[in-house]
Design a protein around this ligand. Sequence first.
Ligand SMILES: CC(C)(COP(=O)(O)OP(=O)(O)OC[C@H]1O[C@@H](n2cnc3c(N)ncnc32)[C@H](O)[C@@H]1OP(=O)(O)O)[C@@H](O)C(=O)NCCC(=O)NCCS
Length: 429
Amino acid sequence: MADSYEIRRFRVSDDGMPGYTQGADWLQAVGFGFHDTRRNDAFVEKILAMYRVDDRELTGVYQTGQVAPHSLGANVPVATFGTLRKDLNVGYGRQLRTHMVTAVTVRGTHRRQGLLRRMMTEDLSSAKADGLAMAALTASEGSIYGRFGYGVATFERSVRVDTGPRFRLRHAARGRVEIADRKVLLDLAPDVFERVHRHTPGSIVRQEAYRQKVSGAVGDEGKEDEAIKCALHYDASGAVDGYVSYKFAGWDTKPYTIELVDLVAATHSAYLELWQFLGSIDLTERVSWAEAPADDPLGWALEDPRCIESSDHRDMLWLRILDAGKALAARRYSADGSLVLAISDSLGFADGTFLLEVSGGDARVTEAPSGVQPELSLDVAELGSIYVGGVCPVTLASAGRISEHRPGAALKARHMFAVERAPHCLTHF
Ligand SMILES: CC(C)(COP(=O)(O)OP(=O)(O)OC[C@H]1O[C@@H](n2cnc3c(N)ncnc32)[C@H](O)[C@@H]1OP(=O)(O)O)[C@@H](O)C(=O)NCCC(=O)NCCS
């Protein structure tokens, strides 16, 4: 990278402090990178307040030399990168502190000069130095992050569900659903999500923006979103164990459609009963959901699974293992046995040959003694992919992404890395 740039890292301070103005300039750059309409001061203030709750660290790359006359000033970074740290469910309820990377932009007029590479490698180094074993992101394009050791770990899809007469679920309701004022989600949504997070491998704790968004407290323009509607699911004892936040797409959209903003259910019956409710909304014939799970019980509960039109099956969570020994030891495994894994890592954070020994589901991870032959060789990106059980090692071996040195080793890895239920990440960041 040319010397004409300087990287600065900071946290947002209270309104009126220098870090606040710096944060506002940084947000302007992020908005530009993602083609957003420029946000007004009141919206910026709300976003920065949410960043403070999450204790985000903001990174900006600033021009140090002469800035072209009339162009954006040197105070607006030409590249941005944001991070926060939350827990990842790595299976069987075990939690691993994870470094979440977000808001990655490089201004078009400054790209392909190594700015992303420098921000990413410096950031991952400092996360590793802080003792973290895992980093994560969600990607706008599929070809950018593999080179930095990230692997796709969970998937999602878009669905359009026909809620006309053929929508019938094989499920006898155990609880009930009631409409609520959207604002109750400000308090209820985090509690319900927490329960879901505890039993969902691949789930990451949500950032502050979620409860604000799903309750309509902070809409896309930064104002209250009065279009949001909310229904709650109550279990047999009357406790809230699920919710759906949704909007009506308008009378110009045919068939008349409900668009889901968020659907979070802590039990299987709450999930199906919220769908029963969605299927019963008068004057509408379709529900669309852009963040549906890839492995979805809904299809199996419907009398006619073809009510679901599924599209855009896509990668969701990408994981980047920073310390292979620590990450492997953090998991609980579905099968006992031992496995020798040779991990390569072009950035040098996680490479080595490891002996994974599992007994009673618990792991002991050591450096493999010299002379011991690996059973599988894989890049750290592939280890990230199989880590929460969402990608099958046998498939990666078939694709040439994992080398199997002992026949059956990939299948053994599949059994060992399996998790108790389908991995799914409900948190976009
Ligand atoms: C994607 C983006 C961040 C890349 O920034 P950059 O500073 O130009 O990237 P670098 O110059 O550091 O390049 C790093 C590497 O990534 C590659 N790369 C960069 N952008 C890429 C893209 N869109 N697709 C594939 N590869 C890409 C480069 O070829 C380079 O490869 P190498 O180091 O192996 O030779 C930038 O183009 C951007 O801001 N895009 C719009 C916003 C966006 O998509 N952000 C990602 C959000 S998840």
